[in-house]
Ligand binder design. Sequence first.
Ligand code: BG6
Length: 533
Amino acid sequence: MSDEATDDGRPDLGDVPAAPPAGETPLRTPMTEAGARVRTPDPLALVIFGGTGDLTRRKLMPALWALRADGLLPEGFAIVGNSREEIGEDDFRERMRGALAEFDEEPDADDWAGFSRRIRYVHGSTDDPGTFNRLKQVLEEVERDCGTQGNRMFYLALPPSVIAQTAQGLGRAGLVTGAKDPAWTRIIVEKPFGRDLESAQGLNASLLEVFRERQIFRIDHYLGKETLQNLLVFRFANTIWEPLWSRNYVDHVQITVAESVGVEGRAGYYDRSGALRDMIQSHLLQILTLVAMEPPASYDADSIRNEKVKVLQSIPLLQGDDIGRWAVRGRYGASGKGGEDDRGYLDEANVPEGSRTETYAAVRLTVDNWRWEGVPFYLRTGKKLAGKQSEVVIRFRPAPHPIRDLVHCDSPAPNALVLHIQPDEGMSLFFEAKEPGIRGPLRAVSMDFDYNRAFGVESPEAYQRLLLDAMLGDATLFARRDEVEAAWTLVTPILEAWEREGEPEEYPAESWGPRCADELLAQEGRSWHQPTG
Ligand code: BG6
């Protein structure tokens, strides 16, 4: 079925799967517990550029293997890997098996034998037209041998510098289907999507020379995380929060994505990026849009993304002196505890001398619309912090009238709703209770909800969900062109100001970040919520 054939780009439930390759057991037909058939994608060939790279080994192969185990891959399915490494097909298959053994589990020999027959490999650089010609030939072969019916999904697990040339190469080789073709083509592009507004616009323009917007899936893996998807359910499938979800009751919002790891050998990429580009432009602004957006008219991809874009467009740009006041940065130093790994950022391998790259960033933004006028959104993220904790804190306004006649307390702590994104997905509602005893003091207590405990299952990996959605043609959890550009519009003035002057403030590894981040909130008499756990 062509991508243009249905209103929302989703394949029909009634599609008949193609026959499996000769001699192979059919992939399991997925059923829910209630016995209903679960939607599986159209037959397709998945082409992975960067096929021998880290992302493919750590994330994509385990995700595909899990989808296979859940019966969510179509019968007509093939993987074609590409990289510049001159290795044979068997070698490539063996590496993929090794990736599963390393990052997932040792695959069962029979299952693997069946699956690996669907894996092909084409070596060659993406600036060489010969690579695309060979790819075309292999795609024709898998169409015949694996029943992929001409549908293709290109996954570009590649550095940003070669994304445009790869897309152009695909176009020139005639590998991209048009709107009227019976088969469909899609492209998945990994972040970083550009390094500022101008480069993101350039990248979008060159992709759009070859692909139509509805064929382009820009991945932000945070959108595949279970708690973020649940944020929409939490807000829009329950009535109790909505009356509270605005300036009338919310004092401010905090979004924290704290990592305990450092740059982990990625300094080559990271030093040209920094925390603002690497995390705030993408993951944290995505979280902000989900917290702040209006209920969409319907829950299709474009209605949801329209509302998210409106949020980004309602955020005033930080400019001039406001950048110094409302955006701060830091860089980790050693923790001082000693040991081989106790290194500051500047001493990490491949960090250039005199680097001014920040490993921590915090900003205060506002969303100037009817719902959020006057409510600050504080965003912070950093590496080598005291823990791996991502959460959204909705801090409510304090009670308007003291209850000192009833209990021994002048100022009860304001209520807070904490949405735990990772590692333990769930939420906690903090409220005040009186300790037992005559005129006993107040104490903050919490009502807690834990996803794993409630449902008794581990949440699927983000890439599992995202790969499946892209195969199904559902773009809800992928960033649209205007969304990406609106996010870059917000961070580019800060990046430019930081490039012009100043240095990140050093913070000790394993702390909660630089002092300037605490001062950012202290200016308004507030402080960061201390992540728990
Ligand atoms: C990536 C960043 O997008 O997200 C990394 O490039 C960061 O620097 C990672 O470590 C964090 O993802 P997660 O899922 O581990 O929170």
